[in-house]
Structures are given as C-alpha cells and as structure tokens.
Design a protein around this ligand. Sequence first.
Ligand code: SF4
Length: 554
Amino acid sequence: MAATPESPAAATTRRKAGRHRGEGQWAVGHFTPLNGNEQFKKDDDGLNVRTRIETIYSKAGFDSIDPNDLRGRMRWWGLYTQRKPGIDGGKTAILEPEELDDKYFMLRVRIDGGRLTTEQLRVIGEISQEFARGTADLTDRQNVQYHWIRIEDVPEIWQRLEAVGLSTTEACGDTPRVILGSPVAGIAEDEIIDGTPVIEEIQRRIIGNPAFSNLPRKFKSAVSGSPLLDVAHEINDISFVGVEHPEHGPGFDVWVGGGLSTNPKLGVRLGAWVSREEAADVYEGVISIFRDYGYRRLRTRARLKFLVADWGTEKFRQVLEDEYLKRKLTDGPAPAQPGQQWRDHVGVHRQKDGRYYVGFAPRVGRVDGTTLTKIAELAAQHGSGRLRTTAEQKMIVLDIDESQVDSLVSGLESLDLRVKPSPFRRGTMACTGIEFCKLAIVETKGRGASLIDELERRLPEFDEPITININGCPNACARIQVADIGLKGQLVLDDDGNQVEGYQVHLGGALGLEAGFGRKVRGLKVTADELPDYVERVVRNFQEQRTEGERFAQ
Ligand code: SF4
C-alpha cells in the first residue's frame, strides 16, 4: 500500500516538534539525552570508570569491560581501544566498531603546558619499555601517547605516573583536555607574560572536577605569553594570548571558538584583556557557557565553535560577563604579528637568566621509550632537570650553561634528534594514522618519516620555513587545514584504476596573524607512492617562480 502523503498541517506540527527538541542545550531546559553519547554520560559520569578499571576490568580482563565504558567512558582516563592490526583503510567506514577494536589500548598522558622534569620523563620512558612495547609518540598537543597497553597494567601505570605528578585524567573524552602552554614560559628573553600560574590554577579548579566532566564535546585550551604565538591559539576552544595593554600592562587577549576537524573555524577575539589573576575566572566562565549552552543533539555540531558562530562575539562576551562573571571585562589590544615563522623553539636560544634552552626535532613526533630515557639522562647531566614538549611534536631541554651546550647538542644528535634539522624534518607533522587509529584510512607516521628523508636527499639546498601536515582521515589531528601543504588521507585511484592509499591536497594554509585555511586543490589527489615527487615539484616550482622576498608560506 502506498504511504499517505503528509498533510501541510502535519508537516508543520512535526517541524515544530523537531524545534522543540532543540539542540540539547541544558541552559534552555533540554536535558533529555538526544543521542547515545549523551545517554551514557547521563547514566554515569565518565570519571567514575576509574574505580571499575581498578577493581573489575584490570582483574577480569578485556572481555569483562562494559561496552559503554569501553567505547565511551574510558576516554575520561585517556584510554582508547586501538585498531586491530591488518585491517585496511577501505574497511574503516564499513566495519562495526567492535570489529575494528584490538584488545589493546592507546593511553594518553596529559602534560599541561608541556612541562616535564627529567624524573617524569624517565618514568614515561620506563612505562613505554615495560608496558607499551617501547611506543611513545609526542603529539601536537604536548602529550605523550602509548600504544599496546593492556587493561591489566593500567592501575600500575597510573600509580607510577601519579607518583611523579603526571596523570591521564581527562586526556580524552568530552572534557577539558590538556592545557597547551608556551614551551618557553618563564624563561624566554622576549616573553610578554608567563602563563604558568594560569595553567596551574585552571588545573587545580577544573581538571577532574565533576562539575566540568560532562561537556557537549572536547574542550581545548591554550595559554601563551610568547610573542611567537607558539600554541596554535587560533584553533582552540579558548586561548589566552599574551599582550601588553597600554594602561594595565602585560596580560592576555581572549580568543574563543577555534577548531579544525571537518568543519574548521578559526578562533575569534572577544576584544577583552584579562590579567593573570583573572584568566582562570574567564576560563571557568567560558567552559561553563559551553557546558550549559553548548549543542548536545548532534556530535558534529557540539563543539564550542558552532555556538560562537551562531551567537557572534558580542553576545558571547555579554553572556560571559552578565551571567557568569557578573562584571564587565576590560577592552584590550590584539597580539602583534610575530617576527618569525617558526614557532617550535628548535635550535639553541638564550634564556632571560643567561643560560640556554635547546629545542630538537625527532621525525613526526615519533620517539620510543629507550630514547625518552636517554633524553632524560642527557637533560639531567647538562641542565637543571627541566624539559618541555611543544605543540609541534618537538621537545626542549631548559637551563643549559653555555659551556654545556655543545655537549648536549652532540648527545641529542647522536640519538638522531636534530637541533639543526632540515626544514622538512622541522616542518612535517603526522597524526597516528592506520597503524593504531580506528578512524584512519591511510598510513601517516612511517610515510611522513620517509617523505622527510626523501626530501632531504632531493632538495638539500632548500632552507625556508615550510609546513607539511599529514592526516590519516578527514579529521584534523595533524592540522592539515593550516599547513602550507596539507595532506588528507583517503583512498584514491592509481594509473591502473586500482584503489590505493593516497591524499587529497590542500595548499596555502597558515597559522599566525595571517591565519587561514588551505585551498582544497580540486581534483588534486596524489597516491602515497607519488607523494615525494609531488612535494618536490611544488617546492621546485616555488623556488623558480618566487618573487623578491617571498616566503614559501605566503
Ligand atoms: Fe586518527 Fe584521523 Fe586523527 Fe589521524 S586524523 S589520528 S587517522 S582520527
């Protein structure tokens, strides 16, 4: 029997009913969970899964884990199941989640502000060797990620991390994630303001606090008082960027609503200047707006950027001031254009106390437990015991006397950690990719590393800042939209019509005050095998056609 066509009146009623369900904003009374994620978060706070991991799952093993914990709440403690080996990228979208799950986990250690001691790094390295088959990747959010973690070992890993002041609390999930911080906070000669106290106060108030552990989605944040704008402030949900106010002195310019992924948006300025003492209040206000007004109906619209885009900055600031802070914010200036393009602090640089810091580059953030332990030893021998991770998958050793610099540099170089890397090693980042990520379609880390080696061989004379960012799927973990050359992993056809791993090319993206998204080059897809030839061609064309003073990243 043919379906009866819907009457206009019925269609209107249905549309109204749909509107009445709203976007799942708690502040307007929409508390009914509108999807599975909201339901499991309502059923039990993600933070509570820790007790079950410690008392049940680590003892009874992987198969005892409740599916809502396995693919949901365990993220609140930094745990994701990793991809079962041997499943090709063509199956990513068609298999059920449980078919992609391995019985091992990725575990993310949050390193707020990228601040580490040699003791902490040694423990991170030892855990990698004992429990993670030697894996340890530096992420572009200053974290360290392990793979091959067994649920049985998780309580022991937590105990060792927490004994040295590290944690995996809210490293993943719909939570306040790691707080990015300038890796040279407190030491850089050109620093406008040290954001470290702000990060510490946010950690104290917010991280692990059940009042903020059920957000619509993840909440990314960044604090930097460096004029190099070294924390990718444009692509965080909230950022505090160091500025000098003409009357009030050093403080922070507040940005909200940035984020990449499949619907990228750059953050926008609220036009407000906040002092170091006020910044945590403003953070708490903004994360509260997100919790209360954020859209919870569709996961694809649940990031803060959508609310900011719908409200506009004027309304956002007004709600922040009137409903949450109960006072007006001070107007303030925008940050200045940085004087250089590299924001990664690689190389040897003088600190404000006369000592030096030394930044170095592994390939695409890939290190291992043994290397991390050796870095910790080198840092202990040469410095005061302080290190930092950067938002560019690099590391820094702090507090080196001038007489110790050469010895440290040669020690790092002997571990293949370059203090004077080629622009290709320095500027190439890659996400986790198909090796471990369940969403991946193509390989990334290994391909990024071999691309660097190949470009160094083919273009030894090239010496310009360049960024090449490689993602294994349409998500944006390696920030492809804001790279000079952004490569989005997908299956493509080779010359013989076979489906093979490859990339959609985006060109001309950037961060900094000229920030913008790269152009998706229509129809331009390269196979993985063609990648070195393609990048070489782009770079050579630039060299041949450049105008006076033109940089690659323009
Ligand atoms: Fe996984 Fe995609 Fe993120 Fe890469 S970009 S880590 S493949 S989700």
